[in-house]
Design a protein around this ligand. Structure first.
Ligand code: NZQ
Ligand code: ZN
Length: 391
């Protein structure tokens, strides 16, 4: 196991009706003037936004609002949010929604205390400070409610890029699984896929003797395989929603990624797809990840065979472990299909002619170094080959 430090100070409040206490937590974490940030309207329709505002009012906390975050959140709204925070002396950013809203809130929070262009931080500059961010989560997916990351799309040039810093971990996150019951089945399945992808990005590692994190990841993957069909079948299954919601947090606050190298090529390859086709991140991952697995399997067949046998229940073929490894990838694909996820680039709106552009932007766009990945290092040609496997 590698040396590591791990500090995940987010205060989690989990369970039914807890959003009604949001004002108390804002006060406890020092907020006096809040920006409430939200998406395209689901929180308005569900009445959640009104409950959040009422809770702030009960505590006498002032607020301003900014809605309209789109999935794959855009830089234009971030600039608007930063200007609003500066004009209104906002000292606390509250995201009410999913990963896109939370990521946009994080970008606003770091830009509000910076004199330059916030995009600097999405082009390599390190985030030292930001306004405190908190979340009321409405979808189990991105894990941004406990993570250090934020992903924003720059409209000019369609670049989707991320930044990462402990300064961006939410100070508190309210997780009420009942709030996710209004999600369409497709969006639920996108979330499930993203959660599994966060686990696989960490599972495929060259670090040896990481039994504890291997086993935690395997347990979380098995939880997803067990619980996801229940919520697709019955969106109101509170207990299954609860298990998925907590798994989504555990998958991405890095408790199961510490002490090991990680990969992240599938995410980088997917971000090009959601930038160009504006597809849901989880749907993009459903197409990318099995293709990446097929392409890289030979790098460490035994690791692929291990997950196939421990998580998917495939019989271990010791004579031909590559058969077990392939059976695991096949099982993953079949699972994704069973929950309604796409399988091909065409289903996302892509075409073979786009591949040179996708691979080149993935490799070099926005100052990228030309390579990606921690388990297998990919060059531009490998990226193109993986995109071709999605046709
Ligand atoms: O905008 P509204 O109207 O709220 O609708 C949203 C949106 O259309 C809807 N939705 C959310 N909760 C709902 C609901 N509809 C009904 N009922 C509810 N309870 O779902 C749609 C998708 O929302 P979004 O926030 O985009 O979903 P998600 O949480 O999957 O976030 C995706 C974004 O997170 C980034 C992705 O790249 C993508 O941009 N990621 C962020 C990470 C991080 N910060 O650590 C890591 C991830 O790997 C990921 O890259
Ligand atoms: Zn993701």
């Amino acid at each position: 196991m590698n040396n590591f430090t791990f500090c995940s100070p987010t205060y989690f409040v989990f369970g039914k009706d807890e959003e009604n206490n949001v004002g108390k937590y804002v006060k406890r974490f020092g907020g006096t003037k809040v920006l409430i940030h939200y998406g395209g309207g689901s929180v308005v329709r569900s009445g959640l936004l009104d409950r959040v505002k009422a809770s702030l009012q009960r505590e006498g906390i002032g607020f301003v609002e900014l809605g309209g975050v789109k999935p794959n959140p855009r830089d234009s709204l971030v600039y608007e949010g930063i200007a609003l925070c500066k004009a209104e002396q906002v000292d606390f950013v509250l995201a009410v929604g999913g990963g896109s809203t939370i990521d946009s809130a994080k970008a606003i929070a770091l830009g509000a205390v910076y004199d330059g262009d916030f995009w600097d931080f999405y082009s390599g500059k390190f985030v030292e400070k930001a306004l405190p961010v908190a979340t009321v989560l409405t979808i189990a997916a991105a894990g941004s409610e406990g993570s250090t990351g934020s992903v924003i799309t720059k409209e000019e040039g369609l670049l989707k890029r991320s930044t990462d810093s402990d300064a961006l971990r939410p100070v508190f996150s309210i997780l009420n699984p009942a709030l996710t019951q209004t999600l369409p089945a497709y969006q639920t399945a996108c979330g499930v896929t993203d959660i599994m992808a966060h686990l696989f990005e960490r599972y495929f590692t060259n670090t040896k003797d990481v039994e504890v994190t291997d086993r935690v990841i395997e347990g979380l993957l098995m939880t997803m395989i067990h619980e996801a069909p229940k919520v697709i079948e019955n969106p109101n299954d509170y207990e299954a929603r609860a298990n998925i919601m907590w798994a989504g947090m555990l998958a991405h606050n890095n408790c199961c990624g510490v002490g090991r190298d990680q990969d992240w090529s599938s995410h980088d390859l997917e971000h090009e797809l959601s930038a160009l086709y504006d597809c849901a991140h989880g749907a993009g991952l459903a197409v990318v990840f099995p293709a990446w697995m097929e392409y890289t399997m030979r790098h460490d067949v035994m690791r692929f065979a291990q997950v196939a046998s421990r998580v998917w229940g495939c019989a271990m073929d010791y004579q031909h472990p590559e058969r077990t490894a392939k059976a695991g990838i096949h099982a993953f694909r079949a699972f994704l299909r069973s929950i309604g996820m796409p399988q091909t680039l065409a289903e996302l709106g892509g075409k073979a002619e786009d591949i040179p552009y996708l691979a080149h932007t993935a490799a070099y766009g926005n100052g990228n170094s030309g390579t990606m990945g921690g388990f297998v290092i990919l060059q531009e040609e490998d990226m193109a080959n993986i995109y071709r496997l999605m046709l």
